[in-house]
Design a protein around this ligand. Structure first.
Ligand SMILES: Cc1cc2nc3c(=O)[nH]c(=O)nc-3n(C[C@H](O)[C@H](O)[C@H](O)COP(=O)(O)OP(=O)(O)OC[C@H]3O[C@@H](n4cnc5c(N)ncnc54)[C@H](O)[C@@H]3O)c2cc1C
Length: 495
């Protein structure tokens, strides 16, 4: 529904506060008194998507202002200092093959990568089955559980075959889209496996870690679209690439932590990025778009909203957004995910032939991994607590949660040394005011087929970015970067 924007003269530098007239408005009481500014484009959110959009537009000679609610950039990527100049990521962290756009961005701002630690055996526990296995086998990170092996092989092949038919730019047009969007991952897995109960139990730690949800929460079409998106224009997405460390989305990490990429992009943008500027309203009742934040009210020719749909739904729009977009934002719930991290003087599990990865049915942590700097000093063991496990364990006192996590590490790896870290922290993403969950939005049955086209369609002068709007690697840092690039092209073409 994009429409041609009126040609108007704007301040070239974009930063001359107090200079721009404000359009006639029905909104803005909360931001009354905030300074004013104008730019050709105003970007809401300084996560990787918003920063990328601003970077691209600046490179094309457009004047841009970025309004960020938090007192920092990066959004869902956040470096946590662990002493000695080292950091451990509390949010998005890994990159892997076909994630070309985040790789190119990191390269452009001088942030290198290193291999995630993946030498030795992974640990798996499911009831009475407790085994160590190598991810160099054909199943990769998927466990070699003898009771579930046949179902694991069959279902992962089926998912790949079905995902291959899903167009990443319009999953709602896939063959039988309505059929798959009427099922959840759980109902589909039960209907297509021999040991339905067992396979749904095993899928839970995967969905908890991957999207902060239970297999019952996500539409099967959403799952197929997510798998289809785990690739690029030359390599179709696969389930294996999504879940694997070796050759998959967890293969590499950033030197200095993923937030460094966002920080470097923001530094180059300079004072085009305004922190502590939560956007409260977006008004396009006049000829311009007026975006009001607590810090600054910006008049622009177009806006790019680069926040998750659930956060965009908290902004007041005038006129109201098209109902399809509004209803989509009401349905795109954020996943429930906490990242817990124990710090030890060294990554001592490496000496015992362990990768640090475990996969287990039952919490608190469903999937753990080695999150240490390359040297293994200090050693960091991180874990995902998602979905039902998140709801159980986030409600407990921090000391009880920490004791539960450490006891689980000691039990699964068979070493009481895990009970005595030198440091410990956890990051509760649903409790973050400007994220409300993570790692991404999840879509339940009916959402993609009924509202999918609203994911990217501009609403007048408002354009949408954010990883949730990406075609490839939606939910990931790469998707965020791709969405920012796409929104920048879209706006540049429309101005
Ligand atoms: C625990 C966890 C683990 C993850 N692991 C990985 C991983 O290993 N690899 C990977 O690729 N991805 C991972 N991700 C996902 C990845 O971090 C995200 O996909 C990506 O960072 C999203 O970027 P974005 O710019 O789209 O959104 P965000 O990062 O959410 O950025 C949106 C920005 O908008 C701001 N904002 C919100 N509302 C407003 C408002 N009203 N006004 C102004 N500003 C506002 C927010 O503060 C934020 O800075 C993980 C995420 C989490 C939480």
């Amino acid at each position: 529904m994009g429409r041609t924007l009126p040609r108007r003269t704007f301040l070239a530098g974009a930063l001359a506060t107090g200079a721009a007239a404000t359009a006639a408005s029905t909104l803005g009481a909360r931001a009354a008194g905030a300074a004013t500014a104008s730019a050709e484009v105003v970007v809401v959110g300084a996560g990787l998507a918003g920063l990328t959009a601003a970077r691209e537009l600046t490179a094309r000679g457009r004047s841009v202002l970025v309004l960020e609610a938090r007192d920092r950039v990066g959004g869902r990527v956040l470096n946590h200092p662990i002493g000695g100049g080292h950091v451990a990521e509390a949010g998005g962290e890994f990159i892997g093959p076909t994630q070309d756009r985040i790789a190119a961005l990191a390269d452009a701002v001088g942030v290198g990568t290193f291999d995630a630690y993946d030498t030795g055996k992974n640990v798996y526990r499911n009831g009475l089955i407790h085994l160590r296995y190598s991810d160099t086998g054909v199943l990769g990170t998927a466990p070699t559980d003898p009771l579930l092996l046949a179902d694991i092989v069959k279902l992962s092949q089926q998912i790949d075959l079905l995902a291959a038919k899903v167009p990443v730019d319009a999953p709602w047009t896939a063959p039988n889209a309505a059929h798959y969007d009427a099922q959840t991952l759980e109902t589909w897995a039960r209907a297509n496996s021999v040991n339905g109960e067992g396979i749904v139990g095993l899928l839970a730690p995967f969905t908890q870690a991957l999207v902060g949800a239970e297999p019952r929460d996500v539409s099967m079409l959403f799952v197929l679209a997510y798998v289809a998106a785990a690739g690029n224009a030359s390599n179709r997405g696969t389930f294996e690439r999504l879940i694997n460390v070796r050759g998959g989305a967890q293969q590499s990490r950033f030197v200095g932590g993923s937030q460094l990429v966002a920080q470097r992009v923001a530094a180059a943008l300079g004072d085009r990025v305004r922190l502590n500027a939560p956007v409260r309203s977006i008004d396009q009742t006049g000829t311009d778009v007026v975006v009001r934040s607590d810090a600054l009210s910006v008049t622009a020719r177009a806006a790019i909203v680069a926040v998750p749909p659930a956060l965009a739904a908290r902004i007041d729009f005038a006129p109201l957004l098209p109902t399809a977009r509004d209803q989509l934002m009401q349905r795109a719930a954020m996943g429930a995910l906490m990242k817990v991290e124990a710090v030890y003087p060294t990554a001592f599990w490496r000496g015992a032939g362990l990768t640090g990865q475990f996969l287990t049915v039952g919490g608190p942590v469903g999937y753990s991994f080695d999150n240490s700097p390359p040297s293994g000093t200090p050693g960091v063991l991180a874990g995902f607590v998602g979905g039902d496990q998140y709801r159980t364990w986030s409600a407990k006192a921090p000391a009880e949660r920490r004791a539960g996590v450490l006891a689980q590490y000691a039990r699964l790896f068979g070493d009481d040394a895990f009970l005595h870290p030198s440091g410990y922290f956890d990051m509760d993403w649903p409790a973050e005011q400007w994220s409300r969950g993570g790692p991404t939005a999840i879509l339940g049955p009916g959402t993609l087929t009924e509202f999918g086209p609203a994911l990217r369609a501009p609403s007048g002068r408002v354009h949408w970015a954010g990883t949730e709007s990406a075609e490839y690697w939606t939910g990931y840092m790469d998707g965020a970067v791709r969405s920012g690039e796409r929104a920048a092209r879209e706006v540049d073409g429309a101005l």
